[in-house]
Write a protein that binds this ligand. Sequence first.
Ligand code: ADP
Ligand code: MG
Ligand code: ZN
Length: 637
Amino acid sequence: MDTASPANTPNRWLPHRNRGVLIFVALFVALNVAFARLFAPGAPPRVPIAFAPSFLTQVQAGHVSSIATRGDTIVGTFKAAQRYPATGVSTTLFSTEVPVFWNTDQLSALLQAKGVRINAQSTTQTASVPARLLLGFGPTLLIVGLFVLVARRAARSGGLGGLGGFGRSKARRVDPERIPVTFADVAGIDEAKAELTEIVDFLRRPERYGRLGGRMPHGVLLSGAPGTGKTLLARAVAGEARAAFFSISASEFIEAIVGVGASRVRDLFEKAREAKPSIVFIDELDAVGRSRQGQISGGANDEREQTLNQILTEMDGFESAEAVVVLAATNRPEILDSALLRPGRFDRRVAVHAPDRHGRRQILDVHTRSIPLAPSVDLDALAASMPGMVGADLANLANEAALLATRRDHDRVEMIDFTDSLEKIMLGAPRGIVLLPADRERTAYHEAGHALVGMLTPGADPVRKVSIIPRGRALGVTISTPDVDRVSLSRQELDAMISVALGGRAAEEVVYGQISTGAEADIQQLTQIARQMVGRWGMSAAIGPVAVLASDGYGPLLPGASETSEATQELVDTEVRRIIENAHVEVTTLLIEHRDQLDSLANALLMAETLDGIDAYTAAQLPARLPDPCDSPALVT
Ligand code: ADP
Ligand code: MG
Ligand code: ZN
């Protein structure tokens, strides 16, 4: 499977080309008919009459107004419409044949005597000269025009390989001098950076490598969540190494025309080899590199596979000192075809992790370099309050804060600009709707319920913020983040998450005896957690440690995991229900017991609309858990 299969195999082309040809022919015929209609209205019907006596009689009678001759044929017009029984139509137009033995001089004399106009010009109403030209050349022009059009389109999208201008890759080439990015612009992902410095060194001095027999990797795969800085890193490598940089997104290999992907790959690598030292950067590699195993082969897959094969072939063809490095990035390394990861291909893998608190601080430094900051700005505190956020989020925050400060006419960007922007990024912009007092109160109890359960349940993350300002689709929000770096979740923590998510709805039940539609997102969230506990993490005794769900908690299992029976699926549902119902009883009891604290927190929310962690704990008459934020994603309920 690793050898190249020729691109543009004719049979791949055929269906498409046939369709194209059919369309072309249809268009051609239609246009020709249209032309003919427009410019050559068929010669009007003429009544054929006998030369003698009919024609001569009519001339004698002075009924003929004009004639013209074409060879032995005379066509002409009567002064008034004549009706000939043979045809039944009455018309002024006629034609007749002059017998070869006829004395034309005599005829001429007669015509002149009767004052018949003799036209040098044909009496048929033929098309004008330009129209006739068009008629003659029209089809040819049409063909030429269409060819030009098709060729230009194909060239633009990189059509047929082999023909000049076709199959060119769309890779954007950036010259080394034009890459302004260096390692100094990349922060907070030091391990990944360190791994890539060797590549930079290789590109700078390729001749040094291989001296002692070592082989420089030609393929480096950057994997990590979106926005962690993979693309940025690739550009920085090019900038540091002063190497030409060709970048293409793998999805661009695969486009409208079948058979193009492989030829684009070939062309891309050809250009890169000519420009060495150079970097070929293939972004979103998973678009072509998805595992081939267990897939039904079909048009789109074949195409993907050919493209992938061509990439593999090109990478196998590198000589060890050839200063071309292929960098690729993916958000989903787990779905890549194993052939890509074999020695000689992407055998160096660099994981780009979401930055920790310290890393976030450094990234904020990078992105606030050119922003004037007021002394109030505490980047450490900001970094600390953004657990789980990646480089792209931080860049976005810096930009939003600068824009907000501009809008507010601040001389420098102040802390309040940052915190307001952060709130907007995390929660969505306030919606600016006014709630009815009843709805507002219900929302306050809902959020107070989430928050209070979070404060009272062991294993729950400390509450950082509670707000009843409507944003996005939510009427209110409660944010909890953990204290310590968390790499896995315990059973207790998961149970607590379910309880907190149930808290809003349970509070509504306790206070109003009925529930509203406001808990939809909560229910989705807690169901998801419970399903994963049962189906992925073996936390239900009834199922045991058997994976029965895909890693997203839904859908079929990935290849490799065991198939599950319908009975097992039903058992999963029962277990999920049991977990949630148990939690619901507990949470309701808890809120009934602490009703006065619930009331006081809800009232504080109605007054202040937004409460920070400490204020919320105070309002609930509880000792605050000191916020020492770290790096797990926030639970937003
Ligand atoms: P990815 O390719 O991993 O999805 P990008 O490299 O496109 O992420 O990152 C988007 C933007 O976010 C970058 O252009 C940069 O401004 C910012 N960014 C991301 N990670 C970092 C980082 N580690 N250091 C500095 N800026 C970063
Ligand atoms: Mg990217
Ligand atoms: Zn809720």
